[in-house]
Every structure is written in C-alpha cells, then in structure tokens.
Design a protein around this ligand. Sequence first.
Ligand code: 5RP
Length: 225
Amino acid sequence: MSQEELKKRVGIESVKYIEDGMVVGLGTGSTAKHMVDEVARRIKEEGLQITAVTTSTQTQLQAESLNIPLKKLDEVDGIDVVIDGADEISAEFDGIKGGGAALLFEKIVANYARKIIWVVDESKMVDKLGKFPLPIEVIPFGSQNLYHRFESFGWNPRFRMNGVDKLVTDGGHHIIDLHLSRIENPQELAATLNNMVGVVEHGIFEQMVDIVLVGAEDGVKTLTV
Ligand code: 5RP
C-alpha cells in the first residue's frame, strides 16, 4: 500500500469521531485533505450536521469548494474536536507540526479544542523528534538577525522558500526550519523558543494530542493518550 493510500485510509477513519451538532476543526496537509473530503461526503450523503473551523487558507478553500458549513474561530464557543496531520510524533506523544506552514493557526485552533486527533501514516511515528526540520514561524522584521542567532546556537536554520522568495504564512510571517537531527528535550527547547523575541510560534506541540490514528499496512491503529 502506498503512503498516499495509508493517508487516505486514516483520514477517512478519523471522521468516525465526528457527530451531529459538533464544531469541528479541520487541519491542514495531505492527510487532513482526505479527512475533509470524507467530512464533505458524510454531509452530502448522510446528512451530517456540523460547523467547521479551518486551520489554513488551503483548507478553507477546499472546505468552501465542498460546501462544508464554515465559521470563523471567533464565531464559535470552542471546538469539539480538531482532526489534523503531524510531521513526527514521539514515543512521549510530543509532535512536530508545520510541514505545511500552517503551524500557528493549527496550534491556535488546537488550543481551543476539547479533543485533538492526529492522523498520520506509520512513517511519522518516531522514538525522538528532530529528524523532521522543526518549523519556527517568525516576524519578518529582524528575521535575518534571528536566523543568525539560531545559527550561533548550532541549530542549522534554513528559511522556508516559495520559489525565489521567502515563504509568507497565512499570518504574514516567515518560517525558519531548524535542521536539528534529534531533539533530546522538546520541553526545554520549546521553553527557549517561547522566550525568543521575534518568534511567533514553533512547531513543537507538547503532549497536546488525545488520540493518534496511525495508518499502517495491517489497518488503522488507535493510540489513546
Ligand atoms: C501543516 C501540518 C501538517 O499537518 C503536517 O505537515 C502533515 O502533513 P501531511 O499530512 O501532508 O504529511 O502541520 O502545517
């Protein structure tokens, strides 16, 4: 089974957690895309009644094109469940997110969610975080200096590019990816990044997730945290 098929399988499976009347957070990325397609199918074919909040322009456009009823985050009173992808999940259930550059809005939506579900294929499950470059969303003003500071810490930074230009996120910021190889202590690194001026948000999601659905060759595994 290809990685894409595993993503589709797990994306579809996750929608079973959605019930009538829920406010649902729709994540971003290629796995979440399958989940959004399945939400739309259930609305159309089964009459599922939900309101959704999106985590990126990309997902907003997809949801609009599929006629999923949408509201802005500030128009809802909390979110019942958010279903999102992840780039890496450690044995301690810390995660790296932001491969799709949507980490800031994803973290804000997750912060107001009563239940967080991540959908991944089995390649995302790791012992320690860090092989996947850690995305840091930064304010453009002074970001070259911040980049040099990351360099001086030995964090191997790279600006995320969109062609020849620095990528601009939905929030109007840049992303600097840190090529760390291995993150021994995600909590310590998160605390350091939280205290750095110019850093808007980082891609470490510290033990936020409630349920991880892992698409594997032999089916979907459910890991409840
Ligand atoms: C976007 C994300 C994505 O959820 C993450 O990159 C996983 O994406 P995919 O399902 O395409 O592998 O965090 O910012």
